[in-house]
Structures are given as C-alpha cells and as structure tokens.
Design a binder for this molecule. Structure first.
Ligand SMILES: [Zn+2]
Ligand SMILES: [Zn+2]
Length: 730
C-alpha cells in the first residue's frame, strides 16, 4: 500500500470539521484509519484520530503541516466502532473529534500507549568488566540482571526490595541498558467458565434460548422482568454462551448499579478476564482497563455509560441493564448522547443480539415492542419462593400524619417489625426539611442564585441548595424580622429522627447522597441492612438501585405525589418507575411483602392504573396520553438551550437563532420559552424545542441550521447547547 498523500484528522476542537495533515516525515507506523496521531495545532500539540485518507487537500500543500508521530501500531477503533462514532457525531450534531475524545480514556487522549509497554533491563559489556562490591545494592541488582540473558522486567526485580535507585545508578553509569516492547496479553485461561450457573426457571430458559438462537445476527430483545425475577441470571447464561463461541460481551449498567456485588457475580462465574469501566476509576485505572479491551484480553466489559465506546473486538452480545435509567443519557454537558440508543446501533452494526433489561422499561422501548421491532421476553415471577408484594394506598386526606408519616403506616411498621421483618421507608428528598420559614413574617429561605428554596441540613447545621450547591450556616432566627424560624416538610434526615422517636431501640439506617460520599459508604449501609443490624432503612432513590434486601417485608412510599403534576411530559413515567422499583424491594425473600403508598391524590389516573394493572397498565395509559399529545416516542424532539446572566440575553439569542431557521413543513419550532426552573446557579435558562414526526427531516433541518447558529456573535457569558432526544425538559 502506498502512503496516502493527505491524512484527515479528527481533533477535539469545537469546529465541526476535519483537519488535513501530511503524513509524518519519519513514519514508525502506518497511519491507518482509527489510529491516534500527534499533530501541531496552532501553538499546541494535540492528539487526534485518523479519520480518512485523501489524495488532495483544498489547502495548498505548502500550508499543510505534517503529523508529528503516529501513536498506534494498530487502530484503536476498528471499522465498526469507528462507524458508530461517526454516526454518533452526525446524529447528536457534534464535531467528530469531540465524540472521539469522549470515547477515549483521558490518558489515551493525551497520547498514552494503547498497549502496555514492558521494559526489560540488560547487562552491558561495560557492566561485565567492573567490580561493584563497594556498592552492594547495585551489585545485587546487576547480578540478577546479568544472570538473565533475556533481560529482567520490573516484576522480577521486585524480589530484590528497593531496586529502582540502584538500577538508576547502573543505567547512568552505562552498566545496564533497557529495551521496551509491547507486552502481549496473557494467554486466556483454558476454560473461560469457572462454574455453571444454577438451574433456570422455565421463563428464564425461554429467554436464554431465544437470545442464544439469535447469535451472530442483530436481534433486539426487551427482557421485561419484575424485580427479583432473576434477570442477571439470564445475562450470565447468555454471556456464557457467547464466551463459549469465543466472542466477547459488553454489559452496560447505570452508574449506581455497578456495585461490587454485580462484579462479584461475574467473577464467581467466569475465569474470562473482566474489564470494569466506571467513573470512580482513577485515570491510570481507566487506561489499564481500556488497554485490556484494546489488546483483546478482556472477554467481558462491564461498564457505565461511556463503556458503550469500549473497543471490544469480536463482540458477541450487548446487554443494557436497567435500560430505563436516566444515567444512560449524558444530558448535562458536552457531548449529550444516549448510551442505550448507541448500544442498539452498535449491536446492529456488529450484527449481534442486544438485551435491554428492566422491571420498568422506558415507554420508548415498550413502543418498540408494540411495533414489533423488539422481541419481548418476560420474567413475570420472582425467583424462589418469593411472591409479589400487595400494594395499597393510604389517603392522606383521611389519615392524620405525624411529620409526614401516617398512622396506618406506623401501625404497619409495628406489625412487620414485631414479625421480624425489615421496613424500608422511601422519600425522594434528602436533608432535614425542604423549607426554612419564619414563624412571624412569612420569610422563606431562598437560594440567591436559583428559583429554589434552600434545604435544611440539621445535622450539619447548614442550609444548602440542591440545584447549585450553595451552602450557608443555618440561622436560628429570621434574618428579616428576628423571630424564630421553623422547619417545614420532611427529608430523609427528619424522617429518620421521627422514626427513632416512634421506634426507640430499633436500629435505623439512612441511605442518601449525604450519607454516601465516598467509595465504600454505600456498601457499609447496605451491609447493615443485609446483615439485619439495622431494621429500618430510610432512603431516597438510591435504595432502588441494584441492592437486594431479602428481609424487607414492608415498603412505605411517603411522598408519591411529587412529579404527578410536573410540566415535564416524562415525569409520570419516572414516578411510576420509582414506585415500582421501590415496591420491588419488598418481600424478596420467603416472606410476602406489603407496599403502602401515601398520597393526597388517591384518584389520580396514573396511581389508579399503576395499582390496578401494574406497570404494564400504567404504560398503556401513559403511551396513549403521549400519542394524543404527540410527544416521543410518537414524535422526535431536540432542545436548543441557552443560558446567560440575564433572562433577556438568553431569550434574545434563541429568538435570533429561530429567525435564522428556514421554514419547514416537517419541523415545528416552539419557543423561545424560559425553562421550568429559569434561574439556576445565577444563570437564566431558556430553550427552543424542535419537534418532528420523522427523524430524517429533523436532522436535515438541524444540519443546515447549526452552522448558522454558530455564526451568531454572542457575548462570552452566553452558553448554548443542542440536546437530541432530551430526557428532561428543564
Ligand atoms: Zn421573619
Ligand atoms: Zn441554588
């Protein structure tokens, strides 16, 4: 193959284009598509990825610079993965380089080797002639190296204690030289399967066989399994079948679902090397895990959102656990993408089955089942003896409540505790109380920078904003009139206090973001519940993710009403998912469970359909509502958002952008309108919503419009972003 004349490089810059370079003057490796290169860019040096080769450039040759070096001997992105990244860039309307940067670990973005490099040290001829007896440590290190004709690597030298200092001296004196080579991954274990799994239920068997029968072709499945029905066992069996075929598995889980227990379940079943990728890794750990993907050593890649871009070769299956979870969508900053949706594309391109698992599937996924695009596999029963819990509503208009906990709920707790059960109390609010109010003048502690109230954190004696992080001392008197203040409403901290007063001597654990601050905290709380040391667990959504509390027999949902009347069309879906997921914690062992939902709106159609017909019943009602209102999945939407130090500045930018858009019959523009919470972190937010019945015209429209928006001269403090398929309309 002759060297290409021009290399088109994708660079992590905001510019939506590729950059032409000449091949390096001295090439160590061929600059194949998908390899990383280091290039001069202005006054900097950047690491980019070769996107394509070309015969000529639009720029005159003398204006082109040369690539400094080609960093990889082999592409780090194979053709399939590269095509996925290219698709993601066009679908989410991001520069290719930005998407490539998101797909690489940080150290790889700055040029770290994609393969582990092994250094070996050799004795030189000069070293063989000298007497080192007066430097005994150098002598010992040299003797060990000289005795190894193939050289010695660091792990062999470790036996000598501190060898680095004497070795440095030996190298400096020319007695020892070194050579570097790519470290080949260890040979895979003879059997990738450590032990066979337990026998499967008939429903689990049907699911495993269906997935297995689809091997080596694209086949999307929804594994719709109620909590405790053994979805993970289906994943493990499906992965085992692919490992036996010599293929690899990519398993995506929500950030908080990637628990040590889940990793342990894979490790106790498989000897196949496992790469774990999540946001808690250090940069070095992340690079090491990524390298085991590049080298092909890892047979199973288990990771959160960005693992959808892991360079897994010879992929055999993709699994997305808790596919409804919002954390699969990057929606806060930068490259906003849905890992679940990209996983679907990746499976399609790789021609492999993909399993979306959930007890509460997203309405998008259920609609794909309804139209026949996905195959539904159901696990309607719990594993073992467990029976689904009984659910009932407590009408808060009829029953008195003490600090938010109604009398029937307290009585039920007494009953379950007396019966040796554990109780889970769910409230979707951390802190002590959501409001601090004056008893005299009506003052309420506001966040200076947000359209929100400050939350009381009594233990820490702080007032905090849960939106911007503002933090202030907790006042004892009203700053306006000097009278006493009171705490209004409940958060987890206050519920814990109330329960401690109601059930003296009963050990209570709390699980929320204030308790879980560092690695290991979560395991500590979960451990106290699992061991039975704590009998009551008070928690936020955190209690629903990936933990198994077999002795919890009663679940009380304190505030089901939040979200029932939200302006966001997805809010009811999230409320229903949370209620079902929390309720699923009850009665997972042999004892039957009970669920009590406190509400002031027992006649709300959502709650009624959920209680009468479960999540399926709710989903039917909700999908009909979405269709009537023309919301996704019956339409496609994109949000153009802007924020600025003043609301007029944000709105003005959006109005200008809207004026630039050419009229389209297929795309409807709504707004600009202030966001539901307009002021956040001292910035004002507004948005324009685009809606279309078909994807293609919407994306054509965007592709024409975005370059025009980029031309708008804005002040430096205006920020804007584009969010394709937004999951929150805030
Ligand atoms: Zn006051
Ligand atoms: Zn705030």
């Amino acid at each position: 193959m002759t060297a290409p004349a021009i290399l088109r490089i994708a660079l992590d810059t905001p510019l939506r284009r590729l950059f032409d370079y000449l091949p390096p003057k001295i090439a160590t490796h061929a600059a194949a598509i998908g390899t990383r290169v280091r290039v001069p860019f202005g006054r900097q040096r950047l690491v980019g990825v070769v996107h394509s080769h070309a015969e000529r450039s639009d720029l005159p040759k003398e204006k082109l610079k040369s690539v400094i070096e080609v960093l990889d001997a082999e592409p780090v992105f194979d053709a399939q993965l590269f095509a996925l990244i290219e698709f993601a860039a066009s679908y989410y309307h991001q520069p290719m380089g930005v998407v490539l940067a998101a797909a690489l670990p940080k150290l790889a973005r700055t040029g770290a080797e994609s393969r582990r490099i092994l250094t070996r040290w050799f004795a030189t001829a000069a070293g063989a002639t000298v007497d080192l007896k007066r430097a005994p440590r150098q002598h010992a290190v040299f003797a060990a190296i000289a005795a190894a004709p193939d050289g010695l690597a660091a792990d062999a030298l470790d036996a000598l204690g501190d060898w680095r200092t004497p070795l440095r001296a030996l190298v400096a004196r020319g007695y020892v030289s070194s050579a570097e080579s790519v470290e080949e991954p260890p040979a895979p274990p003879a059997d990738l399967i450590l032990k066979r799994g337990p026998g499967l239920s008939p429903e689990q068997s049907v699911a495993v066989e269906a997935i297995d029968a689809a091997h080596e072709r694209f086949a999307p499945f929804l594994l719709y399994g109620i909590t405790g029905s053994g979805k993970t066992e289906v994943y493990l069996h499906a992965v085992e079948r692919e490992l036996r075929r010599g293929r690899r598995a990519l398993v995506l889980v929500p950030e908080i679902g990637l628990t040590p227990q889940l990793v342990a379940r894979f490790r106790e079943r498989f000897t196949a090397p496992l790469a774990v990728l999540h946001s808690g890794l250090t940069d070095t750990e992340r690079l090491a895990a990524w390298r085991t993907c590049v080298s092909g050593e890892a047979r199973i890649v288990l990771g959160t959102r960005s693992a959808v871009f892991a360079p897994v070769v010879n992929l055999g299956i993709i699994i997305v656990d808790e596919e409804h979870d919002a954390s699969f969508k990057q929606h806060e900053s930068g490259f906003r993408y849905s890992a679940r949706d990209l996983a679907m594309l990746r499976a399609q391109r790789a021609g492999v089955p993909i399993v979306l698992g959930s007890a509460t599937p997203s309405l998008e996924t259920l609609q794909n089942v309804a139209t026949g695009r996905y195959t539904r596999l159901s696990l309607p029963r719990r594993a073992g003896q467990a029976v689904p819990p009984r659910a009932a509503v407590i009408d808060l208009r009829e029953h008195a409540a003490r600090q938010g906990i109604s009398t029937p709920a307290v009585e039920a707790m007494q009953r379950h505790l007396a019966d040796d059960g554990q109780v889970l109390v769910y409230i979707n609010r951390r802190g002590y109380s959501p409001t601090l109010a004056c008893t005299a003048c009506g003052w309420i502690a506001p966040c200076r920078d947000c359209d929100a109230r400050l939350t009381v954190h009594l233990g820490a004696q702080r007032l905090r904003c849960h939106h911007c992080g503002a933090d202030a001392p907790l006042p004892e008197h009203c700053p306006q009139c000097g009278y006493a203040v009171r705490h209004v409403g409940q958060g987890t901290e206050r519920v814990e206090e109330t329960l401690a007063a109601l059930f003296p001597g009963v050990s209570i654990a709390r699980l929320d973001r204030d308790v879980v601050r560092k690695r290991g905290d979560l395991e500590e709380v979960v451990g106290r519940i699992a061991s039975g040391a704590a009998r009551i667990l008070v928690g936020t959504q955190m209690v629903t993710k990936g933990h198994d509390f077999p002795s919890v027999t009663l679940v009380v949902v304190l505030n089901a009403d939040q979200g029932l009347f939200s302006t966001d069309f997805r809010a009811p879906e999230r409320v229903a998912q949370t209620i079902i997921q929390v309720a699923g914690r009850a009665g997972r062992g042999t004892k039957p469970g009970e669920v009590m939902i406190q509400t002031e709106y027992p006649d709300h159609p959502l709650l009624k359909s959920l209680l009468a017909a479960g999540y399926d019943g709710f989903a039917g009602t909700a999908l009909a509502e979405r269709q009537a209102a023309n919301w996704p999945p019956f339409s496609y939407i994109v949000a153009l958002r802007a924020s600025a130090p003043t609301l007029p500045a944000a709105v003005e930018f959006l109005a200008h952008a809207r004026k630039l858009a050419r009229a389209s019959r297929d795309v409807k523009l709504l707004g600009p309108a202030p966001a539901a919470m307009t002021k956040r972190a001292a910035r004002y937010h507004a948005q324009v919503l685009l809606e279309a019945a078909e994807r293609a015209p919407l994306h054509r429209f965007l592709a024409a419009w975005l370059p025009q928006i980029e031309e708008i001269k804005t002040s430096r403090d205006l920020r804007w972003s584009i969010d394709v398929d937004p999951i929150e309309l805030f």
